[in-house]
Design a protein around this ligand. Structure first.
Ligand code: VGL
Ligand code: ZN
Length: 235
């Protein structure tokens, strides 16, 4: 059972030992590891580097084989995408504009369809991936979440795909904690899946400052379990 045990991932070693390993989360047949946007542009040297973004790669590689299934998302924008600051004369990256009652952050050009920056990180263990879902492909709508575009209406098809695969619990890893990981986790919960965030397998942009912490608290309060990969045990 993926139960909600507050602060479970934050237990000290001694407390874990006292529980006789009860803090371990056993991986089940209907579990899936969902790897979010582990792409060159979000790693150091890329167009929109997430601080320490590449650090998620060895962590994901260490656990991906424990899961009966894994899939990944890929941010995949056409040239001139409206989320790019360069598409808005006079605007600079990280400024915001209003968009249908929401605040849209303007980014440096990133993850252009077919570019090297949009490729998955070359060291990511990609062989176990059953699918690669591309999002943010429409010029006029951004898509942080793997499930729904930012209009919160248009489905990417991920919900149906996971249902076809018999997935009941999703373990989320990747980039960025405060944007695409957050949005995917919240929509996954909304879609009826149980969701765990592998916190040490995620990194955030933290723009504006404090947004990583806020995102983690929000995901937990909406029902996601915050875990560390060391809490996972093979099924
Ligand atoms: C992302 C900003 C813009 C992400 C994607 O993967 O979190 N962030 N596009
Ligand atoms: Zn993007």
């Amino acid at each position: 059972m993926l139960s909600k045990k507050e602060g479970k991932g934050k237990n000290k070693e001694g407390e874990l030992a006292a529980q006789g390993g009860a803090a371990m989360e056993k991986i089940e047949r209907s579990d899936l590891l969902l790897v979010i946007d582990v792409q060159n542009d979000f790693c150091p040297g890329g167009a929109l580097p997430v601080p320490d973004g590449g650090a998620v790669v060895p962590v994901i590689n260490r656990v991906i084989g424990l899961f009966p299934a894994a899939g990944a998302t890929q941010d995949w924008h056409p040239a001139g995408h409206f989320s790019f600051a360069s598409s808005h004369p006079g605007k600079k990256p990280f400024e915001t504009i209003p968009w249908h009652g929401q605040e849209q952050v303007l980014w440096p050009d990133h993850c252009l369809q077919g570019s090297a920056g949009a490729d998955l990180h070359p060291e990511l263990e990609a062989r176990p991936l059953r699918f690669l879902l591309r999002k943010g492909t429409r010029r006029d709508v951004d898509s942080y979440s793997g499930f729904l575009e930012n209009d919160h209406r248009t489905s990417t098809g991920l919900k149906g795909l996971l249902q076809e695969l018999g997935v009941r619990r999703i373990f989320v890893a990747g980039l960025a904690t405060d944007y695409c990981v957050r949005a995917t986790v919240l929509d996954g919960l909304e879609a009826g899946f149980r969701v765990a965030v592998l916190v040490d397998a995620c990194r955030g942009v933290d723009v504006p400052a404090g947004s990583v912490k806020k995102a983690l608290e929000e995901m937990r309060s909406r029902g996601a379990l915050l875990l560390e990969t060391r809490d996972l045990s093979a099924g």
